[in-house]
Write a protein that binds this ligand. Sequence first.
Ligand SMILES: Cc1cc2nc3c(=O)[nH]c(=O)nc-3n(C[C@H](O)[C@H](O)[C@H](O)COP(=O)(O)O)c2cc1C
Length: 315
Amino acid sequence: MAELRVTLGPLQLRNPVLAAAGTYGYGLEFAESVPLHQLGAVVTKTLTLAPRPGNPPPRLVETPSGLLNAVGLQNIGLQAFLRDALPRLRELGATVIVSILGDSPEDVAAMAQQLDGAEGVAAIELNLSCPNLQDGSRLGLEPVRMVAQDPGATAAVVAAARGRTGKPLLAKLSPDVTDLAPIAQAAQRGGADILTIANTFTGMSLDPQTGRSRLGALTGGLSGPAIRPLAVYRVWYTARTVSLPIIGAGGIVRAQDALEFFRAGARAIAVGTANFADPAAPLRVLRGLERHMGRHRLERFAQLLGAPDPAPAGA
Ligand SMILES: Cc1cc2nc3c(=O)[nH]c(=O)nc-3n(C[C@H](O)[C@H](O)[C@H](O)COP(=O)(O)O)c2cc1C
């Protein structure tokens, strides 16, 4: 049997396949049909200090090979998560990465501190890239900008969390930038251990007759197979510019897609939109990776990561 254990800086996972933030609830929603303890990790829906209702409906629109969402940050709040969901996730043996977002570095610091002492939290993922964040002004940003579109804000938010926790810290970046390198470097400077690349691409879908958005929040985030080549490129590009391990995400449906990300330089991957069609998608990807390793007589996942750099077609 292939050994899929993977080490991402200070974070050790039983395998490199994660359920992506916001597409698996708090994990418990799928616990009856999916053995959570078999996944590399479950990343929670992004939590905020206080509960939030999220955006008005409609929140989802299907697009060619993709999904446009404007769920917003509907969540139960960090306290309720720690009290009600985390103990059950611990019982189930799930590896839990808690995704958080604050309106200010102080918010993020306070959340990181609460999570630091929480048993059963393997790592913290900083969502620096929510396309539906309403107000960046407390971070000194234009209201429509995300933290991960500004190197200074990225370093400040990561440093705020780093100052309060020794847990492994993931920075989830936005693909919506001209150049990911300075943002990734800022995250590293702030003290991030791992990068998640990437969140959704900001998009818009309009009714051509009325000019109205098909989403209640006007704009949304595009995910699914439509964004895979864009995400693979960004992983490859960023892996060449920073030394931090990268978790790749964007349109992964099957093991072949995951392999593409590993070839690009990702050390682990997260499955998102595919979970809406099949909550067992991450497990299917995992089984496919095991078969691939078996076929190629690879005993350890590290051997798979040691593949040569991508080359042009015909080279
Ligand atoms: C409905 C929906 C909700 C999401 N919510 C979050 C979230 O709360 N926090 C976050 O960091 N990413 C969130 N994401 C982004 C995913 O975690 C993932 O980065 C992105 O969708 C790309 O992967 P995919 O194409 O496999 O979905 C959400 C995506 C979708 C489709």
